[in-house]
Design a protein around this ligand. Structure first.
Ligand SMILES: C[S@@+](CC[C@H](N)C(=O)[O-])C[C@H]1O[C@@H](n2cnc3c(N)ncnc32)[C@H](O)[C@@H]1O
Length: 221
């Protein structure tokens, strides 16, 4: 098994199960054209997010880490009629590209992109009583993941689901000698999950066109 094979299988799955969508493809194209890094979820991962939202009958979704709005658009496609999504992004350029991509997808009415460090935006969401969110997708700076999960729990209700991306990091997460800031952040996140009785969680390893990584999923007790 190698990365070429993972890519080929992702391509196979996507060609069978994830029909092309003009707005999503344009979002990726314009994100790349604007110089944003290609660190968005893959199409089949995006569809997984949409299906999770549909399974939950999500009325309110929170995303932490917007980039160009690719995963945001997938999540919004899973909202129930009249549902709302708030996405948090620290980089102004990313937020601007996302706004345009979201508007072109015809989703601007359902969405709000909040600019600023997520750790500052999250308490404001609580103050403004914008929760509880049914689904929260965390995909921002990995060092802060545990803090974001703590806020996600406070902004949830029993049965809300939290999904966290990039929790395996090419296997580095299991290497206790690795001192990379992102790896340490993800390890801190696992330590938190292991002790926190407010939620029940698991994680899986994944391979695909973006390499070897993994995602965690948790439900609020
Ligand atoms: C992996 S990308 C998000 C990808 C996006 N979820 C997708 O799949 O299309 C991470 C994003 O988080 C943003 N970010 C990094 N640190 C942040 C912070 N402290 N607060 C909010 N956003 C942050 C980055 O600017 C970047 O756009």
């Amino acid at each position: 098994m190698n990365r070429e094979q993972w890519k080929a299988v992702d391509h196979f799955i996507t060609s069978k199960l994830v029909p092309g969508d003009a707005a999503l493809e344009a979002a990726l194209h314009d994100s790349e054209a604007a110089g944003l890094p290609s660190i968005n979820v893959t199409p089949n991962q995006g569809k997984l997010l949409m299906l999770l939202a549909q399974m939950l009958g999500a009325k309110k979704i929170l995303e932490i880490g917007t980039l160009g709005g690719y995963s945001t658009i997938w999540l919004a496609c899973g909202l129930v009629e009249g549902g709302k999504l708030i996405t948090l992004e620290a980089a102004e350029k990313h937020a601007q590209v996302a706004q345009k991509n979201i508007a072109r997808a015809g989703l601007a009415e359902k969405m709000e992109v909040r600019l600023g460090p997520a750790i500052e935006s999250l308490p404001k969401l609580a103050e403004q009583r914008l929760g509880p969110f049914d689904l929260i997708f965390i995909d921002a700076d990995k060092a802060s993941t545990a803090d974001y999960v703590d806020w996600a729990i406070r902004l949830s209700r029993r049965g809300s689901v939290i999904v966290v991306d990039n929790v395996v990091r090419q296997g580095a997460v299991a290497d206790a000698t690795n001192k990379n800031e992102d790896v340490l952040g993800v390890r801190r996140f696992y330590d938190m999950l292991a002790k926190d009785t407010r939620l029940s969680a698991t994680a899986i390893q994944t391979v695909g066109s973006k390499g070897y990584d993994g995602l965690a999923i948790a439900v609020i007790n």
